[in-house]
Design a protein around this ligand. Sequence first.
Ligand SMILES: Cc1cc2nc3c(=O)[nH]c(=O)nc-3n(C[C@H](O)[C@H](O)[C@H](O)COP(=O)(O)O)c2cc1C
Length: 184
Amino acid sequence: MSADDIERIIHSRISAMTIDRDKPVAHDIIERLLLAAQAAPNHRKTRPLRVAVLQDDARPRFGEAVADAMQTQGDDQIKVDKTRTKYGRAPVVLVVASAVGASELETEENRYAVAAGIQNMLLLIDALGMTALWSTPAKGTHSTMTQFCQFDDTDHVVGIVYLGWGTREAVTKDRPAPVVHWLT
Ligand SMILES: Cc1cc2nc3c(=O)[nH]c(=O)nc-3n(C[C@H](O)[C@H](O)[C@H](O)COP(=O)(O)O)c2cc1C
């Protein structure tokens, strides 16, 4: 693979929820994605990546658990109801968490490492012709998620990645140039 190929994947990758919820994702593809995530840099070999792979009934059960937690804390009823079924929108839902570090700085660095791991996954997902979207866990549902996913309670959920086969042709996106200060 050339540098041009890698660049093409980086720039053509887009997030989408237009995923075929009924088309299964082979187990070996998920394994490849997890290895790609684990290949991201991490400081002091902390290996902070934690992942729960939700498939089949685990998705609605996860949705029910998260929705119940939201209901208990008085969240908007429309959001609560939506949460009960929303994880069924993709055949695979990856709950991605980061382990706590030995210091505040290490905990912070661990999260960066896991975020880099998610991006590795997103690039490989694109290269495989698949579709994904990285979403944020609902506020106040952290303990529910960590318990459901059998993580340690000190693990921090960095993202929830919906994964599957796209139902639409990918479109290209124009992204603004980064803010850069060139110093000499
Ligand atoms: C940490 C993080 C959390 C995000 N949470 C959400 C989310 O909860 N819902 C959502 O629709 N998009 C969320 N996004 C944004 C999308 O995943 C996506 O990256 C964004 O829409 C930009 O689109 P692009 O990836 O096609 O450039 C999040 C992105 C990041 C990096």
